[in-house]
Design a binder for this molecule. Sequence first.
Ligand code: NDP
Ligand code: PYC
Length: 343
Amino acid sequence: MSAPRDNAETHSLSFDELAELLRQVFLRHGTSPEVAQVLSQNCASAQRDGSHSHGIFRIPGYLSSLASGWVSGTAEPKVEDVGAGFIRVDAAGGFAQPALMAAKELLIDKARSAGIAILAIRNSHHFAALWPDVEPFAEEGLVALSVVNSMTCVVPHGAQKPLFGTNPIAFAAPRAGGEPIVFDLATSAIANGDVQIAARAGRMLPAGMGVDRAGQPTEDPKAILDGGALLPFGGYKGSALSMMVELLAAALTGGNFSFEFDWSKHPGAQTPWTGQLLIVIDPNKGSGQSFAERSEELVRQMHGVGQERLPGDRRYVQRARSLVEGIEISKTEWLQLRELAGD
Ligand code: NDP
Ligand code: PYC
């Protein structure tokens, strides 16, 4: 690896350096070593891959949520083995990713033996990108699908008021000739994190993403955040998918619907207290053919008809660049993180 570049405005860190800095930040703000380890790897991975709405941008929200007592940084997830292909985890008011980690080995074992296994996480907070939760399964030759619901800020199609969360869906599948096929998309027209980034940068949004507090279409991110709301992507189709996410991530797991929690008594709380579902499949139980060869064939055909950029490609390119050049963050961000880490 070549030496990280540095200049007057930016600072470059290796993945390990950034993850360690973030681990210190989480530890210093009341998380257990286990939680700090999982969240710092997750956050550094998002930053490395250019998932900027869910990288270090989220650190103040994590820390204010922890400080407000809204989320537990020391929760110990309780894993219950409830069936040949079914695991339940009570995240005990902590983050979803440590709950997933606690059940991951059992989930893989069950998916391989039963062909399919479900992980239902409840009583959990998810404040991150969803792709890091599914991509590792595809690296092990499995297919994974995950959904998580967030906080009320999306108006169902045809309705007048927000009800759904931004409710992402992530999918990962192995591929013979390259990195796993992965997509990860909010079912809102834009993720709430990207609205915040646009508001901060003073940038207008494209039309059709949200409404103001009077329910009128707006391209102003501040009007969306200040009493307005987002719209689902793709009209009634995205709205139906968002509804599905509420059902799978909350009703099925025992977690809160996006409209069910009240964080008003916890100033600074930003992490949605909901649920998450993962479905993991052993694809080679399917057709008897190699799934990874078949998915490679699909990719070949997609390239053949002119689709050059697959979902996940932008991240993989950015990841490769970050691993060579370092992860570049602004000097201000670097100094803030060091201060938060007590350095
Ligand atoms: P994007 O709209 O940026 O991307 C969605 C997906 O489409 C990605 O897989 C992306 O691949 C792919 N993609 C984008 N552009 C193209 C293109 N031109 N051709 C082919 N594929 C393309 O993501 P969202 O704004 O919807 O979501 C951003 C993040 O926010 C996600 O990580 C999501 O999990 C997170 N989020 C988290 C929530 C939570 O509750 N924890 C709630 C809502 C969102 P690529 O990655 O390569 O760009
Ligand atoms: O970007 O919509 C979002 C989001 C909600 C919770 C975490 N991220």
